[in-house]
Structure formats: structure tokens, C-alpha cells
Design a binder for this molecule. Sequence first.
Ligand SMILES: [Ca+2]
Ligand SMILES: [Ca+2]
Length: 230
Amino acid sequence: MRRTIPFLFLPTLLAVIAVAQSNLPKTYKGTPYLHAPQIAPQTIPGKVECAFYDEGGEGVAYHDTDAVNQGSGKLNPANGTYLNEFRLREGVDISYTKFHNSPERIDDNPWTIVMPPANQLYVGWTEPGEWFNITVEVHHAGAYTADLLYTSNRGGTISIDLNGRPATGPLTIPTTNNPADPVAWRQWHHWNIASNLLKLKLPTGRSVLTIHILTEGQMNLATFDFRPLS
Ligand SMILES: [Ca+2]
Ligand SMILES: [Ca+2]
């Protein structure tokens, strides 16, 4: 009997540890996006998906220019599929990479610089002033950098806050516009990776990153791949 007692307290103990490791501002009401396949907070080091931004809605987890999702349910008609209806009722505008579409190839086009995965969800229709939060779990405190998978019709800048405080300053997102592409709308689909885009000092445990769109907008943001700075 005695040996079973500690296990009764294990959930409480784990909860206490989790609270102790939280670096989030006490006033923050957003929560991690926890739906399949994303069933735990996103981890660093690792690939952080922009489309799995926090839950909590407009003004808490994100700010978007309009309440309509311009991708899910609009560009991508509601048809019962996971990708077309992803976070359909939220203001952040979401789409995903499409391969082998005819007659014109969309994201696997010849002007893409770094080929993204197929069906990669991303935050699009970005405009200056917009932002979204992503709660992350950092395994080891330290300095990190990240590679951003993105497209950028006009170039632009973003910045990142850590736990409510500015942490990076403006980060330049190089344009992926290529006048050689004869299809005008495809300027939004030239994928690339911005390597070593940032430097962030992160504490161990749970933190919230705020991605701000500063200038130009028109960027599609898919993933930040975080790794320790050597
Ligand atoms: Ca919107
Ligand atoms: Ca938007």
C-alpha cells in the first residue's frame, strides 16, 4: 500500500512543476493550441508551426485586420476536410501549400527557391499591425536562432516579443518576388527559407512568442525552425 501513495500525488506534483516553469505574463489569457496532431505545446528546439498559434481569440491570442479567415472556408471552400476548414472561424488567415494543381502549379512552381512540404499550413494575408501568439515549451535555457519558411511578395519586416517584451527588434524578410514568373498571383507562392533570421535568449519552460507584422505585410509565414546558437 505504502508504495502506491506517491503516485496519487503525481498529477499534483507535475502541475506544480509546470506552473513553476511558466514564464508567461500572469495576465496572459491565451492557451496553447492543443488539437490533433498538435496535442502538446510546441517545443524548442524544433519546428514551431505558425498556424498552431494560441487559442483565446482576437485581442488575446492574435490581432487580425478582419474577423474573416480569408483562407480556410473562403479561398479554400468549406468541404469537410481538415485543411480547408482549419480554424475556419478565427480571424487569422490560414492556407496550405498545394502541389500538382493544374493548369498552373501553385506552391511547387519553378520560382520557389526552397520547396516546402505539401499541405503545409501557413499564416497568410498578413498586414502591418497584425500579430499572433505561440506558446512554446523550451527544453534548455539559452540562445537560439531560427530558420523561417516563408514567402514575401514585397519584402517586409516582422519582430518577436518574448513573454510580452520586445526581444528581437525588426527582422528583415527578403522578398521572394520574381518578375520572371508570368502568373501574377503566384508571387505569393515563391517559398524560401530565411536562415538564422533571429537571435533569442529563451528561459527553460513555457514562454509565449508574439510574432508581429511590422511593415509591408503580404508575407506567408509557415514555420520557425529553432535550434541552439552554437
Ligand atoms: Ca482575417
Ligand atoms: Ca490577416
